[in-house]
Ligand binder design. Structure first.
Ligand code: ADP
Ligand code: ZN
Ligand code: MG
Length: 480
């Protein structure tokens, strides 16, 4: 039987506020266990939470950026469950009146087609603490530093139909959160976490199948692999006459398998009720408008603008807008030069991205520690005005990375200036013709392709410095 895959994602984004959501403890990552705690985030009796305004601002930023409706009236609710990392016995979250509803993200599939993935809701909530299971010891430790760190839970509709679509959605979501500066969105450090809900149904069926929730994926590639594994597990089970049970499964990246963790609880199991210690959140049109106006240009808009104004392909625009800093670097180069944007884009994509990869640094670090837009433009201008060839430019670029000298200094000190003096080039041409009589004969018999061989030899003699156009012209006239 043919099956259709249905996927919905629940993504937790840790907000990068300085302090926690309901107290003034620091949210700094990596501190010694239980050093960033107070009676409020430890859940002592008699304390009162106070909402951090920055959390609301950042949630609204996220909500607007994901094209949703911001609630002018929303509230917090208690989600009751018992677990050692949750000192109060309940988590302050949002239930029926979340901060945002009805958003969406448009993703671009590999076919070039755009697909809209709807976002059901975003709610604000507090994070729980962290359990550390002592290795070889029959104990678990608990670190409450993370308890009370603000999170957004972003819930999608079950609109994705493959692991590829889930991956593209997650990546775009991550990019948007990064652009608007509300989170570090680091999957390895846990500031971006994703639970995937996966089900299958016979092709053509409109009712949803039983879903399985997968947790514990801490990289983009794990999300993809876990979903693919789960799809094949479900299909195999169905084909063998089995039934899929609604449950939560954990992904093990080393084994590339999912394992059953617990049967899934329903929302009524949590006994949600309104949080009595916090007033509702009331936002005015004006406040929402102000937050909206503070937002930067988002990736989708930037991509489209890059294609239109700089004549780039969608693929190129995609690459350049993946990081806001990279897009800025590109546009800064354009602003300070007359070089065609396409040429700058080519350089960034072929040379700079390779270096970022090789050195494992960000574009911001590259700009600060290696080559800034001014220096890059200076180098490219030397190619534009014919001082050096494109090939030599790559050599100068390497040298700039190493010595941190400017292109001008390197070209001068190494004597890399392109040679356009015809009498000098003629000497090399004559020498190559004299040394290769057989090839000359072949050329005269009509083998045009052999010209490339001559050019190569001449360039070698000139150490790459002869102007290629002059070489071609002189060579052709001498071989006549
Ligand atoms: P729950 O009550 O278990 O939390 P929800 O209806 O709130 O379930 O959905 C949670 C997530 O699971 C959402 O992202 C939603 O899109 C997704 N989802 C719901 N039903 C299915 C299904 N049958 N297959 C795949 N994903 C689903
Ligand atoms: Zn605290
Ligand atoms: Mg739900």
């Amino acid at each position: 039987m043919e099956y259709e895959v249905v996927i919905g994602l629940e993504v937790h984004v840790q907000l990068n506020t300085k302090t926690k959501i309901f107290c003034s403890c620091s949210t700094e990552f990596g501190a010694a266990p239980n050093t960033q705690v107070c009676p409020i985030c430890m859940g002592q009796p008699g304390v009162l939470p106070v909402l951090n305004k920055e959390v609301v601002t950042k949630a609204v930023k996220a909500g607007i950026s994901l094209n949703g409706e911001i609630s002018k009236y929303s509230k917090f609710d208690r989600k009751n469950y018992f677990y050692p990392d949750l000192p109060k016995g309940y988590q302050i979250s949002q239930f029926d009146l979340p901060i945002m509803k009805n958003g969406y993200i448009d993703i671009t599939l590999s076919s070039g087609e755009t697909k809209r993935i709807r976002i059901t809701r975003i709610h604000m909530e507090e994070d729980a603490g962290k359990l550390i299971h002592g290795e070889g010891e029959a104990v678990s430790y608990v670190d409450f530093n993370r308890a009370g760190v603000p999170l957004l839970e972003i819930v999608s509709e079950p609109d994705m139909r493959s692991s590829e679509e889930a991956y593209l959605y997650l990546k775009e979501l991550r990019n948007i959160m990064k652009y608007i500066g509300v989170s570090d969105v680091n999957m390895e450090e846990g500031s971006l976490r994703c639970d995937a809900n996966v089900s299958i149904r016979p092709k053509g069926e409109t009712k949803l199948g039983t879903k399985v929730e997968i947790k514990n994926m801490n990289s983009f590639s794990s999300v993809r692999k876990a979903i693919d594994y789960e799809i094949s597990r479900q299909i195999e089970l169905k084909e063998n006459g089995g039934e899929i049970v609604q449950e939560t499964r954990l992904y093990d990246a080393n084994k590339n398998k999912t394992f059953s963790m617990r049967s899934k609880e329903e929302s009524h199991d949590y006994r949600y009720f309104p949080e009595p210690d916090l007033p509702p959140i009331v936002l005015s049109e004006k406040e929402i408008e102000e937050i909206k106006n503070s937002l930067p240009e988002l990736p989708d808009k930037k991509r489209k603008r890059f294609v239109e104004s700089y004549k780039l392909t969608m693929n190129e625009a995609n690459l350049l807008t993946e990081e806001r800093e990279l897009a800025d670097y590109f546009e800064n180069c354009i602003k300070i030069s007359k070089i065609e944007p396409k040429k700058i884009s080519n350089w960034i994509q072929s040379e700079i991205l390779a270096i970022l990869n090789e050195k494992n640094i960000s574009i911001a670090e590259f700009e600060k520690d290696y080559i800034n837009p001014q220096n890059l433009v200076e180098l490219l201008n030397f190619v534009e005005d014919g001082t050096i060839s494109g090939k030599i430019a790559k050599q100068v670029f390497e040298e700039m990375l190493e010595s941190k000298k400017s292109a001008k200094q390197i070209i001068e000190s190494k004597g890399l200036k392109q040679i356009t003096d015809n009498s000098e080039i003629e000497k090399w041409v004559d020498e190559v013709i004299k040394n290769n009589p057989k090839e000359v004969e072949k050329y005269k018999q009509g083998n045009e392709k052999i010209l490339g061989f001559f050019v190569g030899e001449i360039m070698k003699l000139s150490k790459g410095k002869a102007n290629p156009k002059a070489v071609n012209d002189i060579l052709r006239s001498k071989l006549k």
